[in-house]
Design a protein around this ligand. Structure first.
Ligand SMILES: [Zn+2]
Length: 389
């Protein structure tokens, strides 16, 4: 068995009220001549702490990894964090859990991770790292991340998550939306790996961008690798694959979903050589065909706003195809005269409905739906591609 478990303490929010991060590390037994023996993966869930599906997926994944570990079938290093945001996990307002924003200052927990790019550039100037020497690149990242001096608990938590993630070749950050189908976000340079993971996890919608903006967790990691890539130190295939995987909607927490999603992750890890699955154990795994994975530019995502406030009645479901001009929902104003007309909401793209609101009372301008279109929309700008809600 190569499993070890570690707790680390965050600065206390108030005297006597501190939080702990937990991580499980499977060191793996390696394999002579296998590229997998050099690879490592980091998987976390619940950075947005009220997005629970990923936390159950990780429980299923850990059960499977322990079995593989006991059988000597883990080849690379795998680090798993069952909950990435203990501070958000504890946030409740009058009984309702709210874990997307820091109640202390209103900040989205998955924005404004430390931007280490200039520190990486500076450190790179003083080192001689061989071409595609990923081990030395990770050592550089560790040194740079060690310079962070966070004082408040959330900053310390972000620094700890980023420091860990920069030591891995594969980083899976498990999220979900309000109500939606499986989808994932990644950088355009990681097209091949994004599609490979999507096929394993039966994810039909993949969103790629050059830079989403706002420095979410995955972008903070990708930017560091980009500095090395642009300096010619590492090739594209040696930079880390980082992705935010959206595991449907907030209510989609079930053993059936979690088991399937964990199986998908395991098969992706097997594809990359980090685990060796038992060929005699037929788990019924069927990857999606490559042509069933649709790749969309993040610049082609439409966040359709509510034209008025009221109750929303959907005419389409997540996963449905939509045409530009097609009715996707109606807003019932409530305040109008009896029988007053509803406000129609139309699609502005030809594509797919990915996300709708779980709670059906909306404010004017609130996102009613996330639609995926194949063509970039003129108002969608690189670096400003993420919504807070
Ligand atoms: Zn999230």
């Amino acid at each position: 068995m190569t499993l070890s478990t570690e707790h680390s303490e965050l600065p206390a929010l108030s005297p006597g009220a501190s939080h702990r991060l937990l991580k499980h590390t499977f060191k793996g037994v390696g394999s002579v001549g296998s590229v997998g023996s050099e690879l490592s993966a980091y998987i976390q869930a619940g950075l947005h702490a009220d997005e629970l599906p990923g936390m159950l997926v990780i429980q299923h994944l850990l059960d499977a990894l322990v079995k593989l570990d006991n059988a000597g079938r883990i080849r690379g290093r795998i680090v798993v964090r069952p909950f990435a945001n203990p501070i958000g996990l504890g946030q409740r307002v009058f009984g309702a859990h709210t874990g997307r924003f820091n109640l202390d200052n209103g900040e989205n927990f998955n924005r404004r991770f430390p931007d280490l790019t200039s520190r990486v550039e500076t450190a790179l100037a003083t080192r001689d790292i061989g071409h595609n020497d990923v081990k030395s690149a990770k050592a550089l990242f560790a040194d740079v991340a060690a310079e962070l001096t966070p004082l408040d608990p959330v900053a310390a938590m972000k620094a700890a998550l980023l420091t860990e993630a920069l030591q891995h070749d594969i980083v899976l950050d498990l999220h979900c939306d309000t109500d939606g189908i499986l989808h994932l976000y990644s950088n355009r340079s990681q097209h091949t790996q994004a599609v490979a993971l999507a096929r394993c996890m039966q994810i039909k919608a993949v969103f790629l961008e050059d830079r989403a903006g706002g420095t979410p967790f995955d972008e903070a990691i990708t930017q560091c690798w980009s500095v090395l890539q642009q300096a010619g130190v590492v090739d594209e295939e040696h930079t880390a694959f980082c992705t935010s995987v959206e595991l449907r909607g907030q209510a989609d927490v079930s053993d059936a979903f979690a088991h399937a999603d964990a199986q998908g992750i395991l098969h992706y890890l097997a594809l990359r050589g980090l685990v060796e699955l038992d060929p005699n154990n037929d788990d019924g795994f069927h990857p999606l065909a490559e042509h069933d994975v649709m790749v969309f530019p993040l610049e082609g995502v439409s966040h359709v706003p509510a034209p008025a406030g009221g109750l929303v009645a959907y005419k389409k479901r997540p996963g449905d195809t939509v045409k530009a001009g097609e009715l996707i929902a109606e807003i019932i104003p409530l305040l109008g005269a009896i029988g007053a007309a509803r406000h129609p909401v139309f699609s502005d793209v030809d594509g797919l409905l990915i996300v709708q609101q779980y709670m059906k009372l909306v404010r004017p301008g609130q996102r009613v739906a996330l639609l995926a279109g194949k063509e970039a929309l003129p108002h969608r700008k690189t670096g400003q591609l993420l919504n807070d809600f």
